[in-house]
Design a protein around this ligand. Sequence first.
Ligand code: FE
Ligand code: FE
Ligand code: FE
Length: 178
Amino acid sequence: MAEDFKSLMGELIQDAYSAETQLIEALPEMADAATTPALKQAFQEHLQVTQRQVERLERVAEMVGCDPDGEDCEAMEGLVAEAEEIVDEHEEGPVRDAALISAAQKVEHYEIATYGTLAAMAKACGLQDAAELLAQSLREEKDTDELLTEVAEQQVNPAALRATAANDPTPRKKGSAA
Ligand code: FE
Ligand code: FE
Ligand code: FE
């Protein structure tokens, strides 16, 4: 394996490790802020998944021969800051839950990109075991993204719309979007 490709992989693993450890701090706060039981549960379960992903990255780092510590994922710092901002801006309830889902899905998509790239790199380097561990985390992030879409479509978005309609006494203009 070319030395510079290996060191690039090491940097990306460290970035992913930083991102996941930030989420271990953020997910309990997101679970606390959520009011829809299915959303609260999704965040709590994803915290446990995230803890396993952190351990998986430690194993991957060992296989690649790098330290998992060493980078700060600034993108995740930004995504977590946006999640905090959006929670502060809205009252507890379904609208805030919809905001939480929007923030969480941005996080999952960032992670999907991260694990997709890393799995492909590990595979290219012939690190089959590392590639499989990364692909496992990739599947978990995709499953979580899909679950969040489901909770939004089936529960949170309709409730947010009802809450908004209940607070808005102005009759809707004819022809305006619902
Ligand atoms: Fe993750
Ligand atoms: Fe990053
Ligand atoms: Fe995730």
